[in-house]
Design a binder for this molecule. Structure first.
Ligand code: SF4
Length: 356
């Protein structure tokens, strides 16, 4: 049976037309689905009983449920394990920020791309998340946490105002469901696309397609080396696309959207942290309006890589600054609970404070 959460409002209107119902019912149904998180058609009390039972004959409502909530030692970052209707488990992370927290959501169960520095890649690919499963991660948190606009700004860990598609999986490999989810999130959940960031390992054709969508999402590209050979070693998917092709797609995105791009660079000791890498990175990005986000590797159990020491990271950062690039060093939030970048899906033996 189909899940009604996967449908956009226009598609629900089509269903209603076939059932001989007025189109305005679609607005009511979407409100119940995405803002009020109805668990069954019986909850939709402003719909006629006959319509509720017809819908129940054709559709089901699927929801994520929270099975675990782990708070980092500093009390800021929280990792949630959410159970899908088929029993699969995904991870969603709430990252604190003084101007409102960011919710990092998943788009696939596992990932096929096997980046060497990433725990999700090590767990392999299970399946794409459906549109409804992507959206319901957000609807769940809208219900579970106070809305950002209403929440006191001091309580940054509990409110969220930005979304990043950077949890488990490669969002652009689940393109159709991602775009449908963005459509529902903007229209039904009320989150503007300018507050969303899609983070990708770099799929040029999909980046160009995303540039043509009617959404103002930010784009973050995981680069990790300015050299094709090393990049391919770190990210096997990069073997299919030379950096020249990726950079053309990035420039195209900027030309279409006029939004500064972010290039993520995970610093791994002995792999991509030489000053030569920093100079080559600055040269690669010289004609792209971009900021570089450096991330010291977040190790996970079983990983054979390490983060460079602080001095080396600072020197890498300085080279980029001296060459005129805007560069930030991302704080590794939630490392102790395996909630930081590249750690999702890692099995933890760590005992942390748990809620729920
Ligand atoms: S970094 Fe992203 S694309 Fe690479 S394996 Fe991890 S989830 Fe997949």
């Amino acid at each position: 049976m189909k899940s009604i959460n996967d449908l956009t409002r226009d598609e629900i209107k089509e269903v209603l037309t076939q059932l001989g119902q007025p189109a305005y019912r679609a607005t009511q149904i979407c409100e119940w689905l995405h803002r009020r998180r109805a668990m069954s058609f019986d909850d939709m009390t402003n719909l006629p009983l006959a319509l509720r039972s017809k819908l129940a004959k054709h559709f089901r409502i699927t929801r994520v449920t929270k099975t675990e909530e782990t708070v980092s030692d500093d009390g800021g970052t929280t990792k949630y394990v959410l159970k899908l209707a088929d029993g699969g488990r995904i991870e969603t992370v709430l990252l604190p920020h003084p101007r409102g927290a960011t919710l990092c959501i998943s788009t696939q169960l596992g990932c096929a791309y096997r980046c060497r520095f990433c725990a999700t890649g090590h767990m392999g690919f299970k399946r794409d998340l459906s549109t409804g499963e992507i959206v319901d991660q957000v609807s769940f948190f809208k219900e579970y946490l106070p809305l950002d606009d209403d929440a006191p700004k001091t309580d940054t860990a509990r409110a969220f105002s930005n979304l990043v598609f950077m949890g488990m999986g490669e969002p652009l490999a689940n393109y159709k469901n991602l775009i449908r989810a963005i459509t529902i999130l903007t229209k039904e959940v009320g989150i503007g696309s300018r507050r969303m960031t899609v983070s990708t390992s770099g799929l040029p054709d999909k980046i160009m397609r995303l540039a043509r969508e009617p959404y103002e999402v930010r784009l973050a590209i995981s680069l990790n080396s300015p050299f094709d050979k090393r990049r391919k070693e770190l990210m096997p998917v990069a073997g299919k696309t030379p950096l020249s092709e990726l950079m053309s797609a990035a420039r195209y995105y900027f030309a279409k959207r006029n939004r500064v791009l972010t290039f993520e660079y995970v610093l791994i000791a002995g792999e991509n942290d030489r000053m030569r890498d920093a100079h080559a990175l600055a040269a690669l990005l010289r004609d792209v309006p971009a900021k570089v986000n450096l991330i010291a590797l977040n190790p996970f159990p079983g990983s054979r890589h390490e983060s460079p020491d602080k001095d080396r990271i600072r020197r890498f950062q300085s080279v980029l600054r001296e060459r005129g690039k805007k560069v930030t060093l991302r704080k590794s939030l939630g490392c102790d609970i395996l909630a930081a970048c590249g750690q999702l899906g890692a099995k933890t033996g760590a005992k942390k404070r748990k809620r729920g």
